[in-house]
Design a protein around this ligand. Structure first.
Ligand code: DHB
Ligand code: MG
Length: 223
C-alpha cells in the first residue's frame, strides 16, 4: 500500500466524482511553467474546500497563501453571488501568476489578491474591519501558523470554520525532536489549538499523489 495506489485511486475519483473544470488543470500547468513550487493542494482537497464553502454558506472567505491560485479558484467556485475570497500572497511574482490564472474564470472579480507580508495584511484587514470571515484556509508559511491562528480568531465570528493544510507532513508531526522548522511550527500551532477553549478541532489524515499529509478542521465557539 503506497504512493502508486494512492495516486491511482485519486485519479479514478478525480475523473469520476471530483471532475474539475479543465481550467483547474491549466492553473497547475501555467504555475509549473512559471516555476512555482508544485505544492498546490490536490483536486480532491480543492473540491472539499468548494463543498465546505457551500455547506458553510460562506460568503466571506479568507485564504493565507495564494501561490498560483489553485485553491483560491476552488474556494471561489463555492461562493454564492456577491461572495468574496480575500487571498494573501507574500511574493509579487506568485501573485502575478495567480492573477493571470484566475482571470479565466467568470468568478475572478470575486477574488481579491493582497500582496505582501501576511502579518501586515492581516493587521490591516482587522483594522479596516474586513472581517468576520465565515471560512479561513491556512496554507502559507508553516513557521507562521501560530500567528495566522491568532489573526484568524480575531477575524472570526462564532461558527467560523478554519482549515489548516499540511498538519501531518508524512507523519513527521509526531517527532517532538524534529529540527524541521515547518514541523516545529505546526507542532506549536497544534498546542495553540489544543490550549484554546474556544476552538473545537479535529484532524483528517490524507493520502494522495502529494503523499501522506493531512489537514485540521477547526470550529470557533462564542467567547
Ligand atoms: C509545502 C507547503 C504546502 O502548503 C504543501 O501543501 C506541501 C508542502 C512545503 O512548503 O513544503
Ligand atoms: Mg499546503
Amino acid at each position: 500500500m503506497d504512493q502508486e495506489i494512492w495516486s491511482d485511486v485519486d485519479n479514478y475519483y478525480e475523473e469520476l466524482i471530483v471532475r474539475p473544470d479543465p481550467r483547474f488543470n491549466k492553473i497547475i500547468e501555467a504555475s509549473l511553467e512559471a516555476g512555482l513550487p508544485s505544492i498546490n493542494i490536490t483536486s480532491s482537497l480543492g473540491k472539499l474546500l468548494e463543498l465546505l464553502v457551500r455547506f458553510q454558506g460562506a460568503s466571506r472567505v479568507l485564504e493565507i497563501g495564494t501561490l498560483g491560485g489553485y485553491s483560491t479558484a476552488w474556494l471561489a467556485q463555492g461562493l454564492p453571488p456577491g461572495g468574496k475570497v480575500i487571498t494573501l500572497e507574500k511574493k509579487p511574482e506568485h501573485a502575478a501568476v495567480a492573477r493571470r490564472n484566475l482571470s479565466q474564470f467568470e468568478f475572478s472579480s470575486s477574488i481579491d489578491i493582497q500582496v505582501g507580508d501576511a502579518m501586515n495584511t492581516l493587521r490591516t484587514l482587522y483594522k479596516d474591519r474586513k472581517g468576520p470571515f465565515d471560512l479561513i484556509f491556512l496554507d502559507a508559511n508553516k513557521t507562521e501558523y501560530c500567528d495566522y491562528l491568532d489573526w484568524s480568531i480575531k477575524l472570526s465570528r462564532p461558527g467560523t470554520m478554519i482549515i489548516a493544510d499540511n498538519v501531518v507532513r508524512r507523519g513527521n508531526i509526531i517527532n517532538e525532536n524534529s529540527e524541521d522548522l515547518s514541523v516545529r511550527g505546526i507542532r506549536d500551532f497544534n498546542l495553540k489549538v489544543s490550549g484554546n477553549p474556544r476552538l473545537r478541532a479535529t484532524v483528517i489524515q490524507t493520502v494522495s499523489p502529494k503523499g501522506y499529509d493531512g489537514f485540521s478542521l477547526i470550529y470557533v465557539d462564542p467567547e
